[in-house]
Design a protein around this ligand. Structure first.
Ligand SMILES: CC(C)(COP(=O)(O)OP(=O)(O)OC[C@H]1O[C@@H](n2cnc3c(N)ncnc32)[C@H](O)[C@@H]1OP(=O)(O)O)[C@@H](O)C(=O)NCCC(=O)NCCS
Length: 155
């Protein structure tokens, strides 16, 4: 099954698949909601895992400038979790960053820190990313009772 998974940069044709996948986890409060318009506009920032012609995983980068990026919207289809697809997706993105940039800092905020540790991320304090706090955290209903861990990997 693993050799039938294709990891690639997303295309506009993937928007519905990405949206449907994210919605499964938006409902559980695990990832932030993204509209189809938002996904379409930033489609070039998404990487997808494809299985049997369908999107079965995705992850997106957000570029804050100054070599700081966020890894967000990281999800794998429930029925395909635990088979290394998330790891492949993460490695693909990190390898691409290594090729394309000299210096970079990639952070994430997550309720699943063990997964990101397995990719080489280390725990840091959230206050290290005021850009994120200004843009998303300040609008989040869990702003004052945040259950997410911040992790960072750097070039
Ligand atoms: C978290 C998630 C993206 C991981 O993808 P996956 O394909 O299931 O993970 P993999 O099979 O590639 O596992 C890679 C490693 O992460 C660990 N891991 C994966 N999911 C984990 C979890 N929920 N809790 C703890 N560790 C986890 C695995 O044990 C494995 O560790 P190893 O390298 O020591 O063997 C996926 O399970 C998912 O979509 N979960 C629901 C949404 C979510 O929590 N997204 C995270 C963003 S907040």
């Amino acid at each position: 099954m693993k050799d039938q998974i294709k990891i690639r940069t997303a295309l506009l044709a993937d928007v519905d698949g990405i949206y449907d996948l994210l919605e499964l986890y938006v409902a559980q409060g695990i990832v932030l909601k993204r509209s189809k318009e938002d996904i379409s506009f930033f489609i070039g920032n998404f990487t997808v895992a494809e299985y049997q012609g369908k999107v079965c995983g995705c992850a997106a980068l957000r570029d804050y400038g100054n070599d700081l990026l966020e890894l967000r919207s990281v999800v794998i289809s429930p029925e395909l979790q635990g088979r290394g697809i998330g790891r492949s997706l993460g490695h693909f993105i990190i390898e691409k960053l290594k090729k394309e940039r000299q210096e970079w800092r990639l952070f994430t905020l997550t309720t699943t820190p063990a997964f990101f540790r397995s990719l080489g991320f280390s725990e840091v304090v959230k206050e290290a990313f005021p850009e994120k706090i200004w843009s998303d955290c300040s609008k989040c209903p869990k702003c004052h009772c945040c259950d997410e861990t911040a992790l960072l990997i750097t070039s």
